[in-house]
Design a protein around this ligand. Sequence first.
Ligand code: ZN
Length: 434
Amino acid sequence: MKRFVGTFLVALAGAISLPAQGTTPIAIVGARLIDGTGAAPVDDSVVVVEADRIRSAGRRARIQIPGGATIVDAKSQVLLPGLVDVHCHINQPPEDMKRYWLAQLRWGVTTMRAAGNDKPETVPFFRQTRDGTLLAPRSYTAGQGFSVSGPYAGAPVFRPATRDEARTNVQSLKAQQVDFIKIWMTTPKFPPDVIAAIIDEGRRQGIPIVAHVTDVASLHQLADQGVTDFLHIPRDQPVTPELVAYAKSKRLTFAPTLANSDAAWFYYELPDILNLPMLQDALYPRGRQMLGDAARKAQTLSAPDLSQRKARLRDAYPFIKAMSDAGVRIVTGTDCGAEASQITPFGHATHREVQMFVEAGMSPLAAIRAATLDAARVITRAEDPEYGSIRAGKAADLLLLDADVSVGICHLRLTRNALPDTGAHAKYCVSQLR
Ligand SMILES: [Zn+2]
């Protein structure tokens, strides 16, 4: 994605102007490098980019800067891989999709997966984001997906009544060339034989399954049939050592998807963030209106059960910590752009999800890996994907920040353009520490 390089550095580091095309190498010099693998940061680094690839990356003394390279002085800045969000939705008219994708890029999300509710006619746009003809995050889609209940009225989904119908639906998704098949294990659920037919036909057609699961029984039902890629987490019982061992043995991965619930109060409590133009641009018009509604805000923030709602969300933290400590992959997914919520913005939601991983007890570097290399691994089903880390030969999806995320995760969003000298940084960070 050749154009990402110029676009990102310009968008996130301010006044740097780079050639967007061509083969002149670019050397990003002096940044603290966080490469996405979980390795310790490298201070005073050099990263050389040529066309759409990282040519070399490491300590300044070890990297040769090619003659004629455009030099980007990144002293006192932090360079990390572009962020990956494995759980988004973007079922909007094509022109609006393009706008929201750009908004997501401006927040540093360079890869996204739309997990269902995409109409057949929009599926080709996702391929265009990956062949470089559309300026957008590298995007994947599950097409309509399988859901009995929607998840909202009028949602584009398949609702097969029989095994044969389920197989026909999967074959239709294959013809559309979707990247994944989405199954919602929400109530009411499909009968087990219909679920089994979807999974089996997905395997025959070579399309991986991603599933929305919030109870342990459904997790076992799907994982026993080979599904590994889960959105949300089981919430019907506390995490147990047995569940952790099961998840590890089956190589399961989870995108806990906390940012969508958190958005119910987070933006009301932090108007400095809500009012950022780049946050407003990342919301649907109705979501923007809901979050701008003073009466709705007052009602939400004064509701007697607000602290209970926050506590219920934090009930997910022991699961995240236990799984992560055991080596079960926890990755960033937010439900950004979900039609049913409206108030989960593109881009910032991904930052917020990372922050909550740290609140749950993951180290900042592990949380960054969850949002970069590990999320890329989940989407690509490869241990060494072509994006998600800053290593020689990888795609040049880069994010240059003003502040050090390995010291304080609240800095993740503090790009120069996002919050120029408003004093809001400190307020934001304090709120994270409460
Ligand atoms: Zn979703």
